[in-house]
Structure formats: structure tokens, C-alpha cells
Design a protein around this ligand. Structure first.
Ligand code: HEC
Length: 289
């Protein structure tokens, strides 16, 4: 019965293979499917090749890094930076004690001065990504104060002040050796590259594929360093906006349903984008025409 012999040999081969896999698997864990550092190197190299004339640190300046006419406009706006009011308001709020006598400084390393480049970070206690904005609200709540709305207003002012004390410090985002941190990174990466909405665009379609190109009145900012200037003042907003405000408006640009501010996927997205930008200096607060 040749058939039976063939089947027997085949099942023997499967068994041998399974045993080999078990032995190998025991000796060395299967390689991670993600290698964030390799992703980061490839990402940074690809923008370096696309924009050879842009010094690496200049990716902190978003669209101005890749458009000479916009840069000229920027120099004019900066005679009277429209975020100055927010900076003053943020500094005052930052330095005013809560009703219980504590203050923001008590919730941060180095009393909150010069720490923007370390956010977001993976919090091994909660198992989730903690953003600067989220940490500000957790600080308020821990001290008996109401949380602030995330997109505009005082949240933008306080983060503007905290960014300003961190200017020129390079993003220094860490992915700890913790499967939950890897999962958060993967989730953010997936969010960035997934096509969605009526236009079937991903974040990458505009900020990688079309970076530096014109879309209506705007020049599309390259994804590298894209959060370095936040929060920003935009003339078309007529006010300051946080990262949540920008994520929400870009979700709308894609004709897709925005997530609530600080949704887990938005925080993971911020983690991914900031990690990709390690080494790019903080330039915030920023201003856009
Ligand atoms: C249809 C194209 C389009 C898509 C898709 C898109 N954006 Fe944008 N995005 C823009 C435009 C236009 C601006 C304003 C001009 C600029 O600065 O790039 C902008 C600005 C930004 C900025 C601020 C850049 C700066 O320096 O001011 C961030 C951050 C950003 N987008 C993130 C995202 C994320 C995250 C996604 C995916 C959820 C996304 N965008 C998807 C068009 C897009």
C-alpha cells in the first residue's frame, strides 16, 4: 500500500519539524515581530534621503523646514509671536498653587522644567502611554482640581510654557522592555499607516507620501518631528491648539470619525510619532500661518 507509506512518511516529517521547532523555540525565543529601533532608523533615513537639504534638527520646524516661501512668512510672524499671550498665561497657571497648596511642579521630574522631550512615556504602573497633557490633568485631579479640556485654552497654554522651557532638547522617547509597551508602539504605528475614511487616506499618505507638497493653502509637514512644535497657534484656528486638536482636525481632513481626545489609540499614535522623532529638538510652542 504505497499510499499509506507516503502518508506515514509525511506525518513523520511533520513530527520531526514540530520537534525541531520546539527545541529551537525553547533555546531562543521567537524574534519579536517589531523592532522599533530598526523602524526608527529606516524612518529617519528615508526623510534624510527625501530632503537632503534639510538639516536633521530642522525637522522640528514642520512645514517651514521644507518650504522657503513659508519660512519667509514665518520670520515675519515671529516679530510678534502670536503664542506670547498663551506663554504668559501658561507660566502664571503653572506657578499658581492649587487650592491644597501643591502645584504642577510637584507632579513632574525636575519640577516640570525642561521635561517636554521625555513625553509621552510608557507608564509601567498603568500599562499605558502617558502624555504630557494627560499627566497635567492627572496632576490636577490628584490635587482635587477639575481636569482641563484637552484641545484648547489653558491646556494649550500650560503645555506651551512647559515646551518653551524644553526648547532645543531632543526627543528622548523610550520603549521599555515590556510587551505592553511594544503593543502600544505597534498600535500607534498601525494607526498611522491604516487607511480610513471616505478618502481612504492614512496619516502616512499625507505626511510621508506627500510631505512637502501643497494641499490647498498648506504645505504638508513631514512626519518626522511633526509633534516637536506643539502646542501651536494657527491663523485658521485663530487660537492655540494641542496635539489632540491637530489629530482631531486631521481625522476630519480624512473624512473619518475623530477619536475622543486622549483616546488610547491617539496616545499610542503620539508615542509612535515621538519615538520616530527621537533626536529632533523640541521647538514648541509653534505658530502656523
Ligand atoms: C488629506 C491629507 C492629510 C491627512 C490624511 C492627514 N493630515 Fe495631518 N495635516 C494635513 C494638513 C493640510 C495639515 C496642516 C499643514 C501641515 O502643517 O502639514 C496637517 C497638519 C498636521 C500636523 C501638524 C503639523 C505642523 O507642523 O503644524 C500633525 C501633527 C498632523 N497633521 C498629524 C496627522 C495625523 C496623526 C494624521 C492621521 C490621523 C494626519 N495628520 C492625516 C493634512 C493631512
Amino acid at each position: 500500500m504505497p499510499n499509506r507509506r507516503i502518508r506515514a512518511r509525511a506525518s513523520l516529517r511533520v513530527a520531526v519539524l514540530a520537534a525541531a521547532v520546539a527545541v529551537l523555540g525553547g533555546a531562543a525565543p521567537a524574534p519579536d515581530k517589531t523592532d522599533p529601533l530598526a523602524d526608527q532608523k529606516a524612518f529617519q533615513a528615508s526623510f534624510g534621503e527625501r530632503f537632503p537639504q534639510v538639516p536633521f534638527a530642522d525637522f522640528a520646524n514642520g512645514p517651514y523646514a521644507v518650504s522657503a516661501p513659508m519660512r519667509k512668512q514665518w520670520e515675519d510672524i515671529m516679530q510678534f509671536p502670536p503664542y506670547d499671550f498663551a506663554l504668559d498665561e501658561g507660566k502664571t497657571a503653572f506657578e499658581t498653587p492649587f487650592a491644597n497648596g501643591k502645584s504642577y511642579a510637584d507632579c513632574f521630574a525636575n519640577k516640570g522644567i525642561g521635561v517636554r522631550q521625555d513625553f509621552p512615556y510608557f507608564d509601567t504602573k498603568t500599562g499605558e502611554v502617558a502624555t504630557l497633557d494627560g499627566t497635567i490633568n492627572r496632576c490636577r485631579e490628584a490635587n482635587g482640581e477639575k481636569p482641563l479640556p484637552y484641545q484648547v485654552g489653558l491646556m494649550a497654554s500650560i503645555t506651551a510654557y512647559m515646551a518653551e522651557t524644553s526648547r532645543d532638547k531632543p526627543f528622548d522617547i523610550k520603549i521599555p522592555d515590556d510587551p505592553r509597551a511594544r503593543a502600544a508602539y505597534e498600535d500607534g504605528k498601525e494607526y498611522f499607516y491604516t487607511r480610513r475614511g471616505q478618502l481612504n487616506f492614512s496619516c502616512a499618505s499625507c505626511h510621508v507620501g506627500a510631505a512637502g507638497q501643497r494641499l490647498r493653502g498648506d504645505i504638508l509637514a513631514p512626519a518626522i518631528g511633526i509633534l516637536a512644535a506643539f502646542p501651536i497657534y494657527r491663523s485658521d484656528w485663530g487660537s492655540m491648539g494641542t496635539i489632540d486638536r491637530r489629530f482631531t482636525s486631521c481625522s476630519a481632513q480624512m473624512r473619518s470619525e475623530p477619536l475622543p481626545p486622549q483616546d488610547k489609540s491617539y496616545r499610542d499614535l503620539e508615542y509612535f510619532l515621538s519615538y520616530m522623532s527621537n533626536g529632533v529638538p523640541i521647538s514648541g510652542p509653534g505658530t502656523r500661518p
